[in-house]
Design a protein around this ligand. Structure first.
Ligand code: GLN
Length: 225
C-alpha cells in the first residue's frame, strides 16, 4: 500500500525545505537556522533543487491537500521523494503523509501509519506536556499538541518513537518522520536536529534547548522570507 516501498536510496542535497502553502513555516525555518542548516520555504518547483529533506508543517490538512493539488506540488513531492528527498510531517503534515486516514481518503500515502484527525476533539483540547524520547534526545522533550491527530497504528517497517497510552505521537520509516505535535513551537531543537541527521546533514551545536529562543523569535524571519 505504501509508495515508500518503490523508492531507491540516495542523498540529494544539503538544504532543508519547509512547504510554504499554509501553516507554520517560519517557526520551522527558524529552528533549522539555529542548527546552522541551510533552510528555505518551498512553494514552487525550483525551490526543491538541492533539498535533502522537506518538512510538511502543521496547519489544516484539508486546506493543505487542496493547495498541493491546485499548485501541482503533489507530483513534485512524490517525484523528489522517489529521488531520495526525505520527509517530515508535523501534525497536519503527518496527516498528509499517512497511508491510512480514518473515514477519509489518504493524501500522499508515504508512510504506513493509520491516523485519526482531531483525535483529542476540538481546538480547546489542545495541550502541552513532555516525554522521554531516547532515540531523539537525552533530555525530556517538550511537546505541544494543537487540535492534534492521533496515530492509531504503525505498519511493518515503521518504528514507533513515542507511544502515549493507546496512541502513537511519533513514528518513522527509513525515509519519513511523522510527529503529531509541534517541536517548532518550543525552544527544543532535538527533533529538527534528528531530522537533519536523518537527511544525512550535520547540524551544529549540541544543546537541545536553545536559551535564546522565545515565542516570537521567528517573527524576525517572517519579515524576510
Ligand atoms: N486538525 C488539523 C487537521 O486536521 C491539524 C492541526 C495542526 O496541524 N496543528 O488538519
Amino acid at each position: 500500500m505504501n509508495r515508500a516501498e518503490e523508492r531507491p536510496p540516495s542523498g540529494v542535497g544539503d538544504a532543508l525545505g519547509v512547504l510554504d502553502l499554509q501553516g507554520g513555516v517560519c517557526e520551522h525555518i527558524d529552528h533549522l537556522l539555529r542548527l546552522g542548516i541551510e533552510a528555505r520555504p518551498v512553494k514552487q518547483e525550483k525551490d526543491f533543487d538541492g533539498l535533502a529533506g522537506l518538512i510538511l508543517p502543521g496547519g489544516e490538512s484539508t486546506c493543505l491537500a487542496r493547495l498541493l493539488r491546485i499548485f501541482a506540488i503533489e507530483e513534485i513531492i512524490l517525484r523528489r521523494f522517489r529521488e531520495g528527498m526525505k520527509l517530515w510531517g508535523t501534525c497536519a503534515g503527518a496527516i498528509l503523509l499517512a497511508g491510512k486516514l480514518v473515514g477519509e481518503r489518504p493524501h500522499l500515502s508515504l508512510i504506513d501509519i493509520e491516523v485519526l484527525r482531531n483525535g483529542f476533539g476540538s481546538q480547546l483540547e489542545s495541550f502541552a506536556c513532555e516525554a522521554a524520547i531516547p532515540k531523539v534526545s537525552d533530555a525530556p522533550v517538550p511537546l505541544t499538541f494543537i487540535r492534534a491527530p492521533k496515530i492509531l497504528e504503525a505498519g511493518e517497517g515503521v518504528e514507533v518513537l513515542l507511544r502515549i497510552d493507546d496512541w502513537i505521537a511519533a513514528a518513522e520509516s527509513p525515509d519519513v518522520l511523522a510527529t503529531v505535535f509541534h517541536p517548532e513551537l518550543t525552544g527544543c531543537l532535538a527533533f529538527h536536529r534528528y531530522f537533519a541527521r536523518k537527511c544525512g546533514l550535520a547540524p551544529g551545536g549540541k544543546a537541545d534547548l536553545d536559551p535564546t529562543w522565545d515565542k516570537t523569535s521567528w517573527t524576525r524571519l517572517a519579515r524576510i522570507i
